[in-house]
Design a protein around this ligand. Structure first.
Ligand code: NAD
Length: 485
């Protein structure tokens, strides 16, 4: 990766914080571990200090006064140039995402597909103003004005997509933005900010990488107006508490335990094809992976047999393997958590239909594992594993399966699969989740909001709803002057 024209990112030049369009060194640096071989990655990443945070917030505040005064079309023009620059570096980002997340090229390319869709389509969005009162006496407009300095806190599973889905609407709406990547995957975000430094005015888009001090410094900073967070429920609650002290606006995209309900009339091979992919893609480390599969008892055995058969076909490989469907788990913490779960399979008496055995390997590899009809109250059904392990359960009564799906603190997504679409819609409409699907799952678009109900989140990203989350609504009254009598 040595090409270094003005438009091309280079890994050789290192990874820096981006503050006020300058690439900034920090006294302390850190390394991450490559998930495919557990070796230290050669790249260093910055460990921001409190002074870096103060400086970035101050530069973002200064930039806000002019950025917020541009028209939406002017800001969209900057964002379109930014999208072109990302596109020009697509292949480099696929490589970088492969190195930091262990995504094989197919999955890293899928992430770049999502990134490009967001980068191209979000700038087209506009918020429709409402005029609830408009008569001879007066007009009231509900309009949407930007908030100020926004912060995006991003997890390690989709280090670019989840940040871009915050950055672009934040900037389009007139805010300035500081991106905090996960310490497990800081590199692609820092390079993205480097690209941004050549396009946006200073202070508009900045990135700070660091250790566990950095998030709390940002969430408690009095100069920050909004925090948009994606990550675990546990951290989401801490962030909401931290933001309360200054009444910052908060959007939380948290964990999920998505259920798929399979009716007895489906075409088994084709539905299994979709369900197995949506369960195991990115090693089960997507908030919206299918994490509980409820299969009608009439077809349970045939469905399970086909699910095992098709799942066996997925090739597991590293970030250089273009045929691999998925790779290892991204980091050691997650790997150890999952290994502990796998080790409880026998102890809990869960019946294994596929996988289960964790073998020593060079990287954080775990086998795709399917658990056959565990009890509804077992940990494997109730908790989000965030790895390549899934329970499959039987159902027979519609009302009962809907109750079981909804009997969860989480409510990110849920789907119903049937050839009888009206029936599937009737069932899906009773599910308590931020996204509900019929005959699909994890279906997304940049102009459709995405987020969770219950403990899966607060507010939504993407679409006009997401854009409004980066604004304060404002009631704007105009009293019409009456002509003199
Ligand atoms: P995490 O909560 O551990 O970390 C996410 C981010 O928060 C990281 O950048 C981390 O450094 C930062 N952070 C940690 N503690 C903080 C604090 N006290 N204050 C401020 N920032 C802090 O989550 P993770 O392990 O990186 O991601 C996995 C989780 O994310 C899973 O539960 C998954 O379901 C969820 N997730 C949700 C969505 C969604 O859109 N709903 C998408 C992807 C992942």
């Amino acid at each position: 990766m040595s090409s270094n024209t003005d438009d091309q990112i280079s890994f050789d030049t290192g990874f820096y914080n981006v503050i006020n369009n300058e690439l900034v060194e920090t006294p302390l640096k850190q390394h991450t571990i490559c998930p495919t071989n557990k070796q230290r990655l050669d790249f260093e990443s910055p460990v921001s200090t409190k002074e870096d945070v103060d400086r970035a917030v101050s530069c973002a505040s200064k930039a806000y006064s002019s950025w917020s005064k541009l028209s939406w079309d002017e800001r969209a023009e900057y964002l379109n140039k930014f999208a072109d620059a990302i596109e020009a570096n697509r292949d480099s980002f696929v490589k970088l995402l492969g190195l930091e997340t262990a995504k094989p090229p197919q999955t890293a390319s899928f992430e770049m597909f999502l990134v490009m869709n967001l980068a191209r389509q979000t700038p087209l969005l506009r918020i429709k103003e409402e005029k609830p009162v408009d008569d001879e006496q007066r007009t009231a407009i509900v309009r949407y004005v930007p908030l100020g300095v926004g912060v995006g806190i991003v997890p390690w599973n989709f280090p670019l997509t989840l940040g871009v889905g915050k950055l672009i609407p934040a900037l389009l709406a007139g805010n300035t933005f500081i991106w905090k990547p996960s310490p497990f995957t800081p590199y692609s975000a820092l390079k993205l900010a480097e690209i941004g430094s050549k396009i946006f005015p200073p202070g508009v888009f900045q990135a700070l990488s660091g250790n566990e001090d950095l998030g709390p410094w940002l969430t408690t900073h009095p100069g920050v107006a909004k925090v948009s967070f994606t990550g675990s429920v546990e951290t989401g609650k801490k962030i909401m508490a931290a933001c309360a002290s200054t009444l910052k606006r908060v959007t939380l995209e948290l964990g999920g335990n998505d259920a798929a309900v399979i009716c007895d009339d489906v075409d088994i091979p084709s539905v299994v094809g979709s369900v197995s992919f949506l369960t195991f893609v990115h090693t089960g480390q997507i908030c919206m992976n299918i994490k509980r599969i409820y299969v009608h008892e009439k077809i349970y055995d045939r469905f399970l047999e086909e699910l095992v058969k098709q799942t066996k076909n997925f090739k597991i490989g590293d970030h250089n393997d273009s045929e691999a469907a998925f790779g290892p788990v991204q980091n050691e913490t997650q790997y150890e958590k999952l290994k502990a779960l796998y080790s409880r399979v026998d102890k809990e008496g869960w019946k294994v239909a596929l996988g289960g055995d964790v073998k020593d390997s060079e990287g954080f590899y775990l086998p795709a594992t399917i658990i056959d009809n565990p009890p509804e109250d077992s940990e494997i059904v109730q908790d989000e594993p965030f790895g390549p392990i899934v329970p499959v359960m039987k159902w027979s009564d519609e009302e009962d399966v809907i109750r079981r799906v909804n009997d969860s603190k989480l409510g990110l997504g849920a789907s119903v699969w049937s050839n009888d679409v009206p029936k599937a819609q009737r069932m899906a409409e009773q599910l308590e989740a931020g996204s509900i699907w019929v005959n699909t799952h994890f279906e997304l678009a940049p102009n459709v909001p995405f987020g969770g109900h219950k403990e899966s989140g607060l507010g939504m990203d993407w679409g006009e709803v997401g854009l409004k989350g980066w604004c304060n609504p404002q009631a704007y009254w105009v009293k019409h002057l009456q002509p003199p009598k």
